[in-house]
Design a protein around this ligand. Structure first.
Ligand code: PMP
Length: 378
């Protein structure tokens, strides 16, 4: 099977990732931060090394401001539910994932907050004007998806963030499709918080994610419990990262993330260029096919995510036929219905191919050939 679903999770991972994970399970299987014996201390050191690596890469003021979560969804939930208060307004882009929209909708339905969705320009890009127009005295948070997991279009976060900063509005960036691929840091983007999965561009395993907190960002915790610290108190510790990391940490996952992220971050520019080249090859091939619509305006910067809709076939049926031909893609709405509504594709969804470091030009050409064959049978 040729795997082209890296926007869902990257696969395969570098072989050192599984080795690092197995190493923790086989050799240092104590519970990190819970005891003074070496099996607990060693695990704690692995977690600390990963925190330090990510703090440096993403510009956290201190390693403790890197919070480990189970994925990008939990990181976004922590930031959203921990920051917002009764009566607040939130600004979001049209390209947000349900990991953002569902927690917001729940708060809005309960009468706690109001959500304002930004209108992009005709290229699908959010402008400073649209952000300025959405700001009110009640705006308490802005959330921007750095790159759409449907179109791959990258939003100019760096150009938008000064407008928010000038109004004192914190910016939360969903870097699910960009961490480990594009330059992403609090400083680079002008962001206050960045949520990211560990299991996509950072090449870590499933069940890993991170919330990077900028200076002064102190959301309320959404999970409380044992931290191995200040156990005499029933109050959740205020110090980071314990404030947000209750319960046994995902040591094998974080060990895998440390190994995957080290690799991804050391080769980030090459990875970006490589995946972009593959995606461009695919887009060019799809554009040559009659009756295939490729989503995302050609004049916009993108990551290696390519969604398309054949005129003659349901995208779900096409993905099934491609799976039979040996190509793993994902069809549907990709948990991002708003961007499909904006594109007019809510009723059909799309077929998505997303590039990873182990894909090759042969994979792309083979996919195009398989598609030609399938569509010609129609
Ligand atoms: N945001 C975006 C833009 C995504 O693509 C995804 C993953 N599909 C998420 C959030 C959620 O990430 P996770 O699966 O790590 O919770």
């Amino acid at each position: 099977m040729i795997y082209l679903d890296n926007a869902a999770t990257s696969f395969p991972k570098p072989s050192m990732v599984a080795k690092a994970m197995a190493g923790t399970l086989n050799k240092i299987g104590g519970n990190p931060g819970r005891a003074g014996h070496s099996l607990s201390l060693c695990g704690g050191r692995v977690i600390q090394r990963c925190r330090e690596l990510l703090a440096q890469a993403f510009g956290a003021p201190a390693p403790e401001q890197v919070i480990f979560t189970s994925g990008c969804t939990e990181a976004l939930n922590l930031a959203i539910r921990g920051m917002l208060c009764q009566g607040d307004e939130v600004i979001v882009s049209h390209a947000e994932h349900n990991a953002v929209m569902r927690p917001l909708h729940l708060l809005e339905r309960n009468g706690q907050i109001r959500v304002r969705v930004l209108e992009p320009n005709s290229l699908g890009v959010i402008t400073r004007e649209s952000v300025c127009a959405a700001i009110t005295p009640r705006t308490a948070l802005c959330i921007l998806c750095h790159a759409s997991n449907v179109t791959g279009v990258v939003q100019p976060v760096k150009e938008l963030s000064p407008v928010l900063r000038a109004s004192g509005i914190p910016l939360l960036v969903d870097a699910a499709q960009t961490a480990g691929v594009l330059p992403v840091s609090l400083q680079e983007l002008g962001a206050d918080m960045i949520a990211m999965p560990g299991h996509k561009g950072l090449l870590g395993p499933h069940g890993t994610g991170v919330l990077v907190l900028g200076r002064g960002m102190l959301p309320r915790p959404i999970v409380t419990g044992g931290t191995g610290s200040q156990s005499e108190s029933l109050d959740q510790p205020v110090q980071l990262p314990d404030r947000y990391e209750s319960g046994t940490p995902n040591l094998p996952g974080i060990a895998g993330l440390l190994t995957g992220a080290r690799f991804a971050l050391a080769h980030r520019d090459e990875i970006q260029a490589y995946e972009d080249g593959l995606a461009q090859r695919l887009r060019a091939g799809l554009n040559r096919m009659r009756g295939v619509r490729v989503l995302g305006h050609p004049g916009t910067p993108k990551v290696g995510v390519v969604s398309f809709i054949p005129a003659a076939m349901d995208p779900g049926e096409l993905a099934d036929a491609l799976a039979d031909a040996g190509y793993a893609l994902r069809a549907g709405l990709h948990c991002a219905p708003a961007v499909h509504r904006w594109l007019g594709t809510l009723h059909t969804g799309a077929c998505r191919a997303s590039m990873g470091i182990y894909n090759t030009e042969d994979d792309v050409d083979g996919l195009l050939d398989a598609m030609e064959k399938i569509l010609s049978r129609r």
